[in-house]
Write a protein that binds this ligand. Structure first.
Ligand code: CO
Ligand code: CO
Ligand code: CO
Length: 348
């Protein structure tokens, strides 16, 4: 039995969301490193994307990723589900099919009952089963703070890899999950969120991007990424940087949790949102008519967020309709790719 008296989010020292190390720090740690060269490495660190891709044959490439983090919800099984869905998402964002996974676990064995770890791993297995993924191993270390995630390997056709960096002018941008999970996680940690909200947002974070990915690859999609720790505008900025193109976003079209909007208006904003804003804010022009709480949610760090898909405009309505038919009801066109201004994000 799991000890329900322990609130997992109270055991996390930081902000309880994915973005802690600032992205600028990470760039400094990696820049100028002497990276190995291999002609079969189709997507590597030099053009970092959601996942790395390595060609095995003309028909098959491996797509590999790893994600792990501390709990943002109190229920250990749900935390495991969310961490697994989040890790699998990078494979789905590239149009890949996940095949195998390994657990990565940090566990405070001196202060936490082992039944909690079991429940976390059961949650992860539940999502792996849904994804058709086989657990092949893992590694556990003792740490002062619980952390869990997966290293995932999938298959992809070397000629059909969806990266962040191939936006085309005229593309419509489609988002498949609401934003605001960072604010909701902050409210959960502060004890402000009721069960109904926690259940709804937990379900959304635990939802695989599998169905969205399987549908998207049937359309003329030019680029895709998933929304996680850098927030909606941070991940969008990664698509825009070096693309040569700009993006126009209609803030009112971006799906957002109503409770997150209320809490953001009260000032309940995770530190990661400010980090994201200071890192990528210089690429973004936000109209003064966009309410401040909406602006804040556009930078809010997400856990297991939706796919952000750039699709040929002629097919955008059909893709949204197909997503909605499959139960992804909040799917919406949130903006378009434009020639001018180049490499800027206009939010109005
Ligand atoms: Co990603
Ligand atoms: Co990732
Ligand atoms: Co080992």
């Amino acid at each position: 039995m799991t000890d329900k008296s322990i609130r997992l989010t109270q055991t996390v020292k930081g902000a309880g969301c994915a973005a802690k190390l600032s992205p600028g720090d990470l760039d400094r740690a990696l820049c100028g490193l002497d990276l190995p060269v291999d002609a079969n490495l189709l997507v590597g660190l030099d053009r970092a994307d959601d996942a790395g891709v390595y060609r095995v044959s003309d028909e098959l490439a491996l797509v590999q990723t790893l994600d792990f983090f501390p709990p943002m919800v109190d229920d250990p099984f749900c935390f495991g589900q969310i961490a697994a869905a989040n890790a699998l998402s990078d494979i789905y964002a590239m149009g890949g099919i996940p095949k195998t996974a390994m657990n990565i676990v940090a566990f405070p064995a001196k202060t936490m009952d082992i039944s909690i770890l079991r429940a976390v791993i059961e949650g992860g297995l539940d999502k792996m089963r849904e994804a058709g993924v086989v657990l092949v191993g893992g590694h556990t270390v003792e740490d002062s703070e619980l952390k869990y995630g997966l290293s995932v390997t999938g298959y992809i056709h070397p000629g059909r890899i969806l990266t962040k960096k191939s936006l085309q002018v005229g593309d419509c941008l489609i988002l498949t999950k609401p934003v605001g999970t960072g604010v909701v996680s902050t409210a959960i940690k502060a004890g402000l969120a009721d069960e109904v909200v926690i259940d709804r947002v937990t379900l959304a974070m635990a939802t695989l991007n599998r169905v969205a990915s399987l549908i998207m690859v049937r359309f003329t999609v030019h680029a895709c990424t998933d929304i996680t720790g850098f927030g909606f505008l941070g991940h969008l900025a990664e698509m825009v940087v070096d693309s040569g193109h700009g993006v126009r976003i209609t803030a009112a079209s971006v799906p957002m949790y109503a409770e997150a909007l209320e809490w953001a208006a009260m000032g309940l904003i995770p530190a990661g949102a400010y980090t994201n804003k200071s890192f990528r804010g210089s690429f973004v022009d936000i109209s003064a008519s966009v309410p401040q709480n909406v602006q804040d949610l556009l930078f809010d760090p997400q856990t297991s967020g939706g796919l952000l898909i750039a699709v040929a405009s002629a097919e955008a309505d059909a893709l949204v309709a197909a997503l909605k038919t499959a139960g992804i009801e909040c799917a919406a066109i949130v903006g378009e790719v434009v020639a001018d201004p180049g490499e800027r994000i206009i939010v109005e």
